[in-house]
Design a protein around this ligand. Structure first.
Ligand code: C5P
Length: 232
């Protein structure tokens, strides 16, 4: 899979999601399904969107004991998604177990991506709540390296970190980057943002774009603008 734009379908229901996807009559975008939609509609929504011809990033961020994650990943492998993810904080043993569970009998599997420290976690909360004293940038890079050593395919990170992650973990280790905004668009609650063109320049492999597309007056035009800036 090459560089692509993934639309974060942060909708609460099947109806709202399909209304949105119905606007795309030409190219079928790669979509991210998160916890909100998955917990509301269950695996049926994943099958339905897949059957419509979309690639899917199932963003459920698994984190539990290795055996439980392995079994859950085994179930998810039947959904035929293209990318799924977990928390690197579950340790290397958990990440390796997840890969085993995700791999089908014929050896194929979805790409498996790690979340490092959430962008909602800052240095202060990491030190005070998680009792991790190292600088957060080093923690993120260490988690990325643990994910690479466990055989995972990449991490979710800020586009600002994508270059460093490739330097440390190899250019084939994928960086999936949210926090993308158009130069003339609203930033909203994102703090560290980058345009699609800048994310391409710095080496992101996939950008995850939500509101700049989903809340646009013309979502298809906004999507095409992202593709033009990031992929072409
Ligand atoms: O609407 P917006 O473009 O900000 O959406 C970004 C998407 O990426 C949301 O689904 C958000 O949950 C997700 N995300 C993020 N930052 C992370 C990880 C995921 O914004 N560190």
């Amino acid at each position: 899979m090459g560089k692509d734009v993934i639309i974060a379908c942060d909708f609460a229901s099947r109806e709202a999601t399909l209304n949105f996807l119905d606007k795309f009559t030409g190219r079928k975008p790669f979509v991210k399904i998160g916890m909100e939609l998955y917990y509301a509609e269950g695996p049926a929504i994943v099958r339905e969107i897949k059957a419509r011809g979309h690639k899917i990033f199932l963003d459920l961020k698994l984190h539990d004991i290795p055996n439980t994650v392995k079994k859950a990943m085994n179930v998810l492998s039947n959904l035929d998604v293209d990318i799924t993810n977990l928390h690197a904080a579950g340790t290397k043993n958990m990440m390796k177990a997840a890969l085993e569970g995700l791999t089908r009998e014929d050896g194929t599997r979805p790409l498996l991506i790690a979340v490092t420290q959430l962008t909602s976690t800052d240095q202060e909360s990491m030190e005070n709540d998680l009792m991790i004293k190292a600088p957060i940038d080093e923690v993120v890079m260490h988690y990325a390296q643990c994910a690479a050593e466990s055989g995972l395919d990449g991490i979710v990170c800020s586009p600002l970190e994508a270059g460093k992650v490739h330097d440390r973990c190899g250019k084939n280790f994928l960086t999936i980057t949210p926090g993308v905004r158009f130069a003339d668009g609203d930033v909203g609650d994102q703090k560290r943002v980058m345009t699609p063109a800048a994310a391409k320049e710095i080496g992101s492999d996939y950008i995850v774009v939500g509101r700049p597309i989903t809340a646009a007056a013309d979502p298809v035009a906004a999507y095409e603008r992202c593709v033009a800036e990031f992929c072409d």
